[in-house]
Design a protein around this ligand. Structure first.
Ligand SMILES: N[C@@H](CCC(=O)N[C@@H](CS)C(=O)NCC(=O)O)C(=O)O
Length: 217
């Protein structure tokens, strides 16, 4: 049976986007199943597939893997034919560092500016704490691009799991017009031009669910 990736709404589920984007970009075999967020049965529906009651969760070979970063690591373990992490050990260590930083951090930006794939670009006023999160993100993008990005437009040249981890932030900086550094734009444009990104976006546009808590911002 093909691995099955349980995800939330493509419009809003930032954690789901990460493994879905990488698995699609790298051509890994999988099926997805959307469990709509914020419905009366959402929690029980997710709990049927994920021990934490959160998505994404990947059901494969009679086990379930949860946490977006753990799913990416599993894919890298099982698919050495594609470079999900950079091949160079130093670059890979930095890619894991920035990915862990994303997984554990930037709470102010994530809370104030939820991912919304369908949102039209419109600037909003944000707190100093959000500005600081954005500044750190753009600084680490610039540093990885400078140190490791010679081979292509992504953080480590070719697209890797680190880019997948920052994909929802690319959407946030774009739709809330938060970019401070001119150098960030080319990276964000490359991300949004990926066929896998476009496929996720089409899926988001086709969804019937519109949730006020995301749409009102
Ligand atoms: N740290 C987790 C976060 C997962 C998470 O918070 N997912 C949200 C959707 S983006 C969720 O499942 N929420 C459950 C709910 O809204 O009931 C990961 O990386 O996978």
């Amino acid at each position: 049976m093909a691995p099955r990736l349980y995800i939330g709404n493509k419009a809003y589920s930032s954690w789901s986007l990460r493994p879905w984007l990488a698995m699609t970009h790298f051509g890994l075999p999988f099926e997805d199943e959307v469990i709509p967020l914020d419905q009366p049965t959402t929690h029980t529906d997710i709990l049927r597939h994920s021990p934490t009651g959160t998505v994404p969760a990947l059901a494969v070979d009679e086990i379930v893997i949860w946490e977006s970063l753990a799913i990416l690591e599993y894919c890298a373990d099982r698919h050495s034919e594609v470079a999900i992490w950079p091949k160079d050990a130093n670059a890979r260590a930095i890619a894991r560092s920035v990915s862990s930083e994303m997984h554990a951090g930037f709470g102010n930006l994530r809370k104030a500016c939820p991912m919304n794939m369908r949102r039209a670009v419109r600037k909003i006023e944000v707190s100093d704490a959000v500005v600081a999160d954005v500044a750190r993100i753009e600084a680490l993008w610039a540093a990885t691009r400078h140190d490791y990005g010679q081979g292509g437009p992504f953080l480590f040249g070719a697209f890797t799991a680190a880019d997948a981890m920052y994909a929802p932030v690319v959407n946030r900086l774009h739709v809330y017009d938060l970019v401070q550094q001119p150098g960030s734009r080319a990276y964000m444009d490359a991300m949004m031009a990926l066929p896998a990104w476009q496929a996720w976006l089409e899926g988001a546009k086709a969804e019937p669910w519109f949730l006020d808590k995301y749409e009102a911002i």
